[in-house]
Design a protein around this ligand. Structure first.
Ligand SMILES: O=C(O)c1ccccc1NCC(=O)[C@H](O)[C@H](O)COP(=O)(O)O
Length: 230
């Protein structure tokens, strides 16, 4: 049985970090994008991370940050993985990841007219650009950069790509089981769906979300009702 990994993103408070870990999150995300209401200073994120037990992954989310900015952030908050959520080119991701000495995830923001082939080519492009590329995170395209709680059409994800992707965008306690049963992604990522307010997480919703994903993991494989495009 596949165990879908779970990342909870946009943590800003020690009590939320503790609750996310208690809920069973595999990884925690810290938003290093000052305009975001979920922004944390790297020094604060470093302090939040210092309280973590072993085997909990940490991710630093950046939007169009410069190489120096990313390197300075990871010195204060030694996240295990970078997440590039803006318009960073493959070359810039490769250069930044090398300078920061960290693997990275690239975000693709899916639009209604995104084609399956485009997703596969995008993944290929980033994989070819750097050995530090660790995978694609699929989020929903919105005019702002993210954490908007909007779902995209999961049937756009090619079947061969699904087991490698991190699925995000508008996931919630209500839709998590369906999303995981339909897509069978490597991992899921949630932020606004487990919030009381922006940057303030809800312990009960985090626990319920993890439970909804585990329910999907335990649900036997069946024919996908969504037709996958190629
Ligand atoms: O959270 C933000 O404020 C944010 C700002 C800029 C870029 C990305 C941002 N968040 C992305 C995420 O938290 C997740 O990776 C993911 O997109 C899930 O978001 P949600 O739809 O709210 O669950």
């Amino acid at each position: 049985m596949h165990r879908t990994r779970i990342k909870i993103c946009g943590l800003t408070r020690p009590e939320d970090v503790a609750a996310a870990v208690a809920a069973g999150a595999d990884a925690l995300g810290f938003v290093f994008y000052p305009p975001s209401p979920r922004h944390v200073e790297p020094s604060r994120a470093g302090a939040l991370m210092a309280a973590l037990p072993p085997f909990v992954g940490t991710v630093g989310l950046f939007v169009n940050a410069g190489v120096d900015e990313v390197c300075a952030a990871v010195r204060q908050a030694p996240v295990a993985l970078l997440q590039f959520h803006g318009d960073e080119t493959a070359r810039l991701c490769a250069e930044t990841a090398r300078a920061a000495n960290r693997p990275f995830m690239r975000v693709f923001r899916v639009r209604p007219d995104t084609r399956a082939r485009e997703l596969l080519e995008y993944e290929h492009q980033y994989r070819a650009a750097s050995p530090l590329f660790s995978g694609l995170l699929l989020d929903t395209y919105v005019d702002a950069y993210g954490g908007a709680g909007k779902v995209f059409d999961w049937s756009l994800i090619p079947k061969e790509l699904a087991p490698r992707v991190v699925l995000s965008g508008g996931l919630s306690v209500q839709n998590a089981t369906e999303a995981v049963v339909l897509v069978r992604p490597y991992a899921v990522d949630i932020s606004s769906g487990v919030e009381l307010a922006k940057g303030i997480k809800d312990a009960q919703r985090m626990t319920a979300f993890v439970g909804a994903v585990r329910l999907a993991d335990a649900t036997p494989e069946k024919e996908h009702t969504h037709e996958r495009r190629t």
